[in-house]
Design a protein around this ligand. Sequence first.
Ligand SMILES: [Zn+2]
Ligand SMILES: [Zn+2]
Length: 247
Amino acid sequence: MQLTVLGCGDAFGSGGRNQTSFHLKSRGGEILLDCGANTLAAMAAYGCDPEAIDAIAITHLHGDHIGGLPYFLLHQQYVAGRTRQLDLIGPSDLPHTLPRLVELLYSNLRQDWNFPLRYSSWQSGDPHHSAGFTLRAEPVVHGIEAYGLRAEAEGVVLAYSGDTEWTDTLPRLADGADLMIVECHGYAQACPGHLDYKTLVVRRDQLPARSLALTHLSEEALAAGDHIDLPVLRDGQVFDLSRGAGR
Ligand SMILES: [Zn+2]
Ligand SMILES: [Zn+2]
């Protein structure tokens, strides 16, 4: 499994980072985890083909995680000429929110897509299978219906916290993961609905993943720089997560 960090920023452009999106590629296909507003530009910059995407998994319906979906759909319709199905998996309101979002941004668009959109919700608790990936979700705490995700393929597990404050589902997400991407919005400043570095240091032993990497850092957290002892993601990074691969 290969991970490309398309965007590991917050909603505010802190540090010049793109809004959240992670690209995962396995032998069975390609998926995105979240799709922040500038994801298409990030895909072009980092060599990921939107047409190759089989599924997009959404953690929660905040703009910095779904703002790129309308542009993604428009690109597939008018640039890529897509005809094959696109799977969208997310919170229960996604099938209502996304058409409304497209309507607000492009009021003259009929939304008669030339490709089937298959919506699924995390709410059932069942795993989803798409593009060779098994996707599971655990509810997290963010003031809105929100999930952390586990994406498994080829015997490799990537866990991603989504946006959340500390919650007891995080250890379950981390359990046995090869890499866990954890949001770390603050350094010392607690922010409701988000994690901070001081909390993660205290809780590190409760996250049984082989390695952690931090995402979604605010200006305050980025400014802490050298005081942060866990790896911090950067836009454009590529990880080979296959078992035995160096990283
Ligand atoms: Zn959020
Ligand atoms: Zn966010």
